[in-house]
Design a binder for this molecule. Sequence first.
Ligand SMILES: *[C@@H]1O[C@H](CO)[C@@H](O)[C@H](O)[C@H]1NC(C)=O
Ligand SMILES: *[C@@H]1O[C@H](CO)[C@@H](O)[C@H](O)[C@H]1NC(C)=O
Ligand SMILES: *[C@@H]1O[C@H](CO)[C@@H](O)[C@H](O)[C@H]1NC(C)=O
Ligand SMILES: *[C@@H]1O[C@H](CO)[C@@H](O)[C@H](O)[C@H]1NC(C)=O
Ligand SMILES: *[C@@H]1O[C@H](CO)[C@@H](O)[C@H](O)[C@H]1NC(C)=O
Ligand SMILES: *[C@@H]1O[C@H](CO)[C@@H](O)[C@H](O)[C@H]1NC(C)=O
Ligand SMILES: *[C@@H]1O[C@H](CO)[C@@H](O)[C@H](O)[C@H]1NC(C)=O
Ligand SMILES: *[C@@H]1O[C@H](CO)[C@@H](O)[C@H](O)[C@H]1NC(C)=O
Ligand SMILES: CC(=O)N[C@H]1CO[C@H](CO)[C@@H](O)[C@@H]1O
Length: 841
Amino acid sequence: MVSLRFILCFLLVSSAYATIVSHDGRAITIDGHRRVLLSGSIHYPRSTPEMWPDLIKKGKEGGLDAIETYVFWNAHEPTRRQYDFSGKLDLIRFLKTIQDEGLYGVLRIGPYACAEWNYGGFPVWLHNMPGMVFRTTNKAFMDEMQNFTTMIVDMVKKENLFASQGGPIILAQIENEYGNVMGPYGESGKAYIKWCANMAQSLDVGVPWIMCQQNDAPQPMLNTCNGFYCDNFVPNNPNTPKMWTENWTGWFKQWGGKNPHRTTEDVAFSVAKFFQRGGTFNNYYMYHGGTNFDRTAGGPYITTSYDYDAPLDEYGNLNQPKYGHLKKLHDVLHSMEKTLTYGNISTINFGNSASATIYKIEEGSSCFFLNGNETSDATISFQGGSYVVPAWSVTILPDCKNEAYNTAKITTQTSMMVKKPNEAEDSPSSLKWSWRPENMDNFLLKGKGQSTTRQLLDQKVVSNDQSDYLWYMTTVKFKKRDPFLGKGMSLRINSTAHVLHVFVNGKHIGKKLIYVFQISIILTYQKLIDLGNQHVENGKFHYVFEKDVKFKSGHNVISLLSITVGLANYGAFFESKPAGITGPIFIIGKNGDETITKDLSAHKWSYKTGLNGFENQLFKTESVSKWSVERLPFNRTMTWYKTTFKAPLGNDPVVVDLLGLGKGTAWVNGNNIGRYWPTFISSENGCSAKCDYRGAYHAEKCLTNCGEPTQRWYHIPRSFLNTSGNNTLVLFEEMGGNPSLVNFQTTRVGSVCANVYEKNIIELSCDRKSISAIKFASFGNPDGNCGSFEKGTCASSNNIVDILTQECVGKEKCSFNVSTEKFGAPDCNGAARRLAVEAIC
Ligand SMILES: *[C@@H]1O[C@H](CO)[C@@H](O)[C@H](O)[C@H]1NC(C)=O
Ligand SMILES: *[C@@H]1O[C@H](CO)[C@@H](O)[C@H](O)[C@H]1NC(C)=O
Ligand SMILES: *[C@@H]1O[C@H](CO)[C@@H](O)[C@H](O)[C@H]1NC(C)=O
Ligand SMILES: *[C@@H]1O[C@H](CO)[C@@H](O)[C@H](O)[C@H]1NC(C)=O
Ligand SMILES: *[C@@H]1O[C@H](CO)[C@@H](O)[C@H](O)[C@H]1NC(C)=O
Ligand SMILES: *[C@@H]1O[C@H](CO)[C@@H](O)[C@H](O)[C@H]1NC(C)=O
Ligand SMILES: *[C@@H]1O[C@H](CO)[C@@H](O)[C@H](O)[C@H]1NC(C)=O
Ligand SMILES: *[C@@H]1O[C@H](CO)[C@@H](O)[C@H](O)[C@H]1NC(C)=O
Ligand SMILES: CC(=O)N[C@H]1CO[C@H](CO)[C@@H](O)[C@@H]1O
């Protein structure tokens, strides 16, 4: 009896819930059924556990089947064999949250992540192991990679999180985009990929493994595509379905760069075209980008915000219309799952970049009409019907008769986000600030660090990336009548430091930055790859700092502070890109007319990682160090500031406005909210008021924010705040700034707009707040955009504002059919009529 009950119980637990994930040449199959799968990337450390359920729920409501994430090795193993899976790093909790919401998971273990994440996710201690070369047949590397990958797989298995165990994870990934960079690795690269495949396979996870951008991925690895468009992608094996693991919904931002935007129409177009051409799995990179807290931003120069113009914005708000327009696309694609994955496919070419694809099963057919022409709309005649397909768009007809969706016809509202002042505080001037200087006496006056060598060392080697900051210090002695002490002396430093501060005898004599962004922000990913390799070869990242300096007779202390702003995360051999002050360093003098140089590169250099204030944890709320409220300094380098504030009321996401500050790090109640750098202004050029979705997207298209601070607002997750008591903001200001303008705000929907053709249903929603007024409404051919609508040449004489005020004001949402019955029938010379409306939330 007992044993029978045991067996029954065992059967229920193990097989009743296990899911069989496999694939054929058409699609991923789940329990034998081919599936259309829509997935979205959400990286768990870029938000907080308190945010995860809401983000994932919004993903589900947005029509996703799966959530995808990388695993970030350097975050989990900051010191070799010492692990951290707490708080934002609680991978298992994240995966269980996905499971609780009833979604699938895609686990990209890598462990190389790229992801604009510091050092691509590799720990710097790994680089500092003897004989180490990353991502090739290097024994030390392979051992460590296998160790970490195995540990993650074991953790996930222990919690029964693979689909084969009844869990949510349907796919796992090994390596990442290696195909893009493998050329320089030669034969070793090919052998490495084989080893990766075998190693992954040996872990026996019970679900398929994928390898993205890997044309030579060995079977049974599934090779998949990453890019802005993947419709032309052909897998390397007839038994591999066409899968798109990274469909870039937008782009990332760098210090000094502008805000990238990828239009909703173009994202929808790329996805619809991918499914039209036989794709069956698509993942949005990113679905929620989030925030690079602490020192997790990659580099150099990736900003703290990782918004990515994704369907969910940095704070988790719906980015409309992107979120809603894609949701509608997902609903249509899901409704066609059977035809798309089992149907016979035929194509009709109409010329001029227009075509139809028909998927046919016994029960019926589904159609896609593509117009890939960038400028001219197409009229497609098909089985007795006539269909206008706008330029650069795809129309989907689930029954090959009625248009259910067109990628360029947005019927979802546009939401305009606004920032509201903190109602719990009166004004910025109510914040009481205290301050203290960073204590640098030991370094500036004595030049004393922790270790010395007769050589300039790479910053990674000395600091193990425990801090952004590394002091390089040396002492130079001059005799009284030394020829160097004459006129025209200078100090010349060859450097790759992202930011360099130079002090001589305690005096700050200058600073220099590398303007990496000027090269990279305007490049596409592909070009970045090429450049990535070049940097290592010809040292393009080097620059020279040179400044006149008066040295004195006797001892002189030269103290150089090298600061990293995110370590490189991309390119072949990126791990060996130099960081810090690589030299040479010269003192240049004049002996009469003759230029004389003194090479300091092989001098005795003393090193010190990190700054005192960080070591003494001045950012901790309970820090007992002395802070002064007297004579608050402005424009003072290396200064700590502190204030207390009350948490804004309500649930809206909170940001701190750091305009006025230079560059540094910010903490709220001891939580590091990231690097800040509001003085870094993006250049005036390259933005345009109008953004045409037509034509291929690239990273320099549709930029905004020219001539403005690259990032002025910094996210403070609600869970970092104390709603009942005081909250502490601590700033470490490195360049010099003025905290008196600092203020806290909440972000929320300010107004919503729609601009929709007749016969469509529109929904206006203020995201759980009520609609307070209708600011504009016109039915006919209105002009302008959200915020600047105007009546056109034809407009209904009905009082549309009144109609909508009655229908919507006071409600959280309202929904109606844009019909002539409701709005009248203005004569627009036969052209289709539109309703434009702006509602205030
Ligand atoms: C990783 O290496 C350590 C030794 O450094 C060993 O104790 C541990 O078992 C290894 N883990 C795995 C999963 O292989
Ligand atoms: C787009 O349409 C225009 C106008 O009909 C035509 O001249 C052009 O060749 C087309 N381009 C493509 C790529 O089909
Ligand atoms: C699909 O194609 C196969 C092979 O050509 C054919 O046998 C089958 O009848 C077709 N199915 C439909 C629904 O047209
Ligand atoms: C120092 O930097 C300059 C400018 O990048 C470069 O031309 C020069 O070769 C560098 N010198 C050395 C020795 O690296
Ligand atoms: C700080 O420096 C800026 C730029 O150098 C200058 O415009 C501003 O007046 C200074 N502010 C104070 C308070 O010294
Ligand atoms: C919030 O502040 C109140 C009042 O100072 C304090 O009693 C409470 O412990 C704080 N809560 C947290 C979570 O820090
Ligand atoms: C909050 O901070 C203010 C200003 O520093 C102080 O006067 C007040 O006592 C603090 N309140 C609590 C509950 O700690
Ligand atoms: C909206 O109303 C019109 C009639 O005015 C109707 O033809 C159309 O099908 C309706 N649209 C939807 C989506 O129900
Ligand atoms: C920018 C970029 O990498 N685009 C790629 C998108 O994907 C296609 C198909 O794989 C590649 O050919 C492009 O280079």
